[in-house]
Design a protein around this ligand. Structure first.
Ligand SMILES: [Zn+2]
Length: 133
């Protein structure tokens, strides 16, 4: 009886070790996926779903985006040190200004009240083929 109990305990311990290993591997994988995710190189700005402009992430710029009927909505997009962020905006919620800087492919800042969307993309990933025969 005693021996069987020990065997069971050993199995349980092995299972726990195995699970810990799997969790660790998954955590490392997620970490790498997050950290090493492709950095985008272009910031695409759309207003109300329409393309407003594309800006290179490698150039520091400050772009004032005026939208709305008479341009009463204002968002200031700043690209600095390879990251993009909304420096200021006169939207009521201010969520876009509080958003952290974006620089990874697919990341975006959305200003819902002004319908302004800033998305980091990698230029030439879907529109232009890499190899032209
Ligand atoms: Zn906003």
């Amino acid at each position: 009886m005693k021996e069987k109990e020990n065997t069971v305990k050993r199995y349980v311990r092995n299972d726990i070790l195995l699970i810990l290993c799997l969790v660790l591997i998954a955590a490392i994988g997620l970490f790498y996926l997050y950290v090493l995710r492709d950095h985008g190189d272009t910031v695409r700005v759309t207003v109300d779903g329409k393309e407003y402009g594309n800006y290179s992430l490698s150039q520091d710029i400050t772009e004032d985006i005026y939208t709305g009927k008479d341009g009463e909505y204002h968002n200031r997009l700043v690209i600095k040190d390879g990251t993009a962020f909304m420096e200021s905006a006169n939207c009521p919620d201010g969520i876009c200004v509080e958003h952290s800087r974006v620089f990874r492919d697919g990341e975006s800042i959305v200003c819902l009240p002004h319908r302004v969307v800033i998305t980091v993309v990698t230029s030439g990933d879907s529109n232009t083929p890499d190899v032209v025969i």
